[in-house]
Design a binder for this molecule. Structure first.
Ligand SMILES: Cc1ncc(COP(=O)(O)O)c(C=O)c1O
Length: 315
């Protein structure tokens, strides 16, 4: 990430200076993490002078699903939120890949009661330059965390709520302290759930195999993309079924998939080498196919949303 802060953000209907994109410390959105959000990636295409947002409509659709689950609503419609994403990217003119976050948060009500009804919400949209992960080419060493994935009857993992992310943070930090790049979390039944901000896919017997959302994985757009690309270009089907921890060790390849991490090879789990210990051919192909689809729009119609960044805010 760049040292200098971005120039602008978007808050409740207006483009504002980065420093003015604030919410009150006493709002449940701030002090309870009472919010739902989407993280999107925008790919910079130097030749086209365009910042290309991947699967914007699908991210907004998932934002609505998260809001519905937590009884949140907003008066800012999707057209306005699309425009907000465009204005933030155009106004910052990063000329680099960026991470865009759209957050619907619970505002402080008149009574300052954090359990108040949740009609009162705000929305902010921010973006920061975000380069590709350092281990994108060489692959990740991951460790299974002692922290289990939150359960559906505790904090629904299908919902992208800010407070859920303490679960992944605990697991990730534990794994980094133990010398790994990141963590994998098991669910309460002991089968594989996901990574802290990504889903797990293994390549096994000519199939992609990934845990279903009911096993504690987010309904991942990246898995959906990878699955479509694997079927169309590599002739590989995707199977969603419970995955035992030890199955990962016997897989031909393992990868993490997520908007932010994109497609990243996993080369060891709990210090056990996966396959040959180097990124495998299917993972490599999926990285290339995913990059072409997201960065250059070679995927399905409607997957990419171009934002010309040379025209400035509101052009
Ligand atoms: C907890 C969690 N799991 C999985 C994912 C991967 O989902 P997607 O591919 O839609 O980004 C994300 C990222 O959004 C996430 O935050």
């Amino acid at each position: 990430m760049s040292a200098a802060p971005p120039a602008v953000a978007w808050l409740n209907g207006r483009v504002v200076d980065w420093a003015d994109c604030t919410l009150h410390a006493r709002s449940p959105g701030a002090f309870w993490g009472a919010n739902v959000f989407e993280g999107l990636r925008a790919y910079w295409d130097e030749d086209a002078g365009t910042s290309r947002v991947f699967r914007l409509e699908d991210h907004l659709a998932r934002l609505h699903r998260s809001m519905r689950a937590l009884h949140l609503r907003t008066d800012h419609g999707d057209d306005e939120l699309v425009r907000a994403v465009e204005d933030v990217l155009a106004g910052n003119d990063f000329r680099a890949d960026a991470h865009v976050v759209v957050v619907v948060y619970v505002e402080a009500g008149a009574t300052l009661d954090a359990l108040q009804p949740t009609e009162l919400t705000g929305v902010h949209v921010t973006a920061v330059p975000f380069p590709r992960g350092a281990r994108y080419r060489t692959g990740l060493d991951v460790g299974v965390s002692s922290w289990r994935r939150i359960a559906h009857d505790v904090m629904p993992p299908r919902v992208k709520a800010g407070a859920n992310y303490h679960n992944g943070r605990l697991a990730h930090h534990e794994s980094v302290r133990n010398g790994y790049d990141t963590a994998l979390l098991l669910n309460q039944r002991g089968t594989v759930a996901e990574g802290p901000g990504s889903c797990v896919v293994m390549v096994s017997d000519g199939q992609l195999v990934t845990p279903p959302a009911s096993d504690g994985a987010l309904d991942s757009l990246t898995v959906d993309t990878v699955s479509a690309l694997a079927a169309e270009h590599l002739g590989l089907p995707t199977v969603r079924r419970p995955v035992d921890r030890t199955e990962l060790l016997h897989a031909d390849e393992v990868l993490l998939a997520g908007t932010l991490v994109e497609v990243q090879p996993v080369v060891s789990v709990d210090r056990v080498t996966i396959g040959d210990g180097v990124p495998g051919p299917v993972t490599r192909s999926l990285q290339d196919l995913y990059d072409a689809a997201a960065r250059y729009g070679t995927g399905r119609p409607g997957w990419t949303h171009d934002v010309p960044v040379t025209t400035g805010v509101g052009a």
